[in-house]
Design a protein around this ligand. Structure first.
Ligand code: SF4
Length: 203
């Protein structure tokens, strides 16, 4: 939210005063979010070395150095390359939502108040429309239909048994998981028109 506010301020100045959008980046670096991100930069990459070393290193960073370790660990690879082929894993049996602390997708979606104008170009596009059926489904068991929290991506079979990916872009919650995680980086997430998206009212 803070980075969005800084982006809005820099955009306003660029439009009214003609200043450069470099101001956005400068303001990010001066803000508390930069400090916070810097302090926590080593937590996730520490787990590249395994669970126990990751826990130990994160604890040392957190409680002793307080985010000031004199080095920055790197991630081994981007998120989309960390997706394994489906045949390397067994399906996970998740418990059914209990309606108390966990909820089904339609109820969660209803609570998010997500809305997009229907007569706009889709904000989720496939760079190559054949990738879902020839790569994602056979090799990765259709990961976009699993990680998307809003069930935007659905593999649907027609009467001939052909399976196609359907994209229900109007349900998108703007988490951007698909933009980051798609194994072939085939999903292009663009900003929707008219400020559409989730509208949580109790946050
Ligand atoms: S951004 Fe998130 S909610 Fe929207 S389609 Fe991608 S994974 Fe689903």
């Amino acid at each position: 939210m803070k980075s969005g506010m800084l982006a809005a301020e820099a955009t306003f100045k660029a439009l009214v005063e003609g200043s450069s959008m470099d101001l956005y980046w400068e303001n990010i670096k001066k803000s508390w979010i930069w400090e916070e991100l810097y302090r926590s930069r080593n937590y996730r990459p520490a787990f590249e070395y395994g669970f126990i070393p990751g826990m130990a290193l994160s604890a040392v960073e957190r409680y002793i150095f307080k985010g000031k370790l004199p080095f920055t660990l790197k991630h081994g690879k981007p998120d989309h390359e960390a997706t394994d082929m489906a045949n390397l894993h067994s399906p996970i049996q998740y418990p059914k939502p209990d309606g108390q602390v966990s909820f089904d997708v339609p109820s969660s979606l209803y609570r998010s108040n997500t809305n997009h104008e229907h007569n706009q170009p889709p904000h989720l596009r496939l760079r190559d429309p054949t990738i879902p059926e020839i790569v994602n489904l056979p090799q990765y068991a259709g990961p976009e239909s699993r990680y998307c929290p809003a069930r935007v991506y659905e593999y649907v079979s027609d009467e001939n048994g052909d399976t196609k990916l359907h994209i229900n872009a109007q349900n998108c919650l703007h988490c951007k998981a698909c933009d980051i995680k798609d194994p072939k980086q085939n999903i292009e997430w663009t900003v929707p028109e008219g400020g559409g998206g989730p509208g949580y009212t109790v946050m």
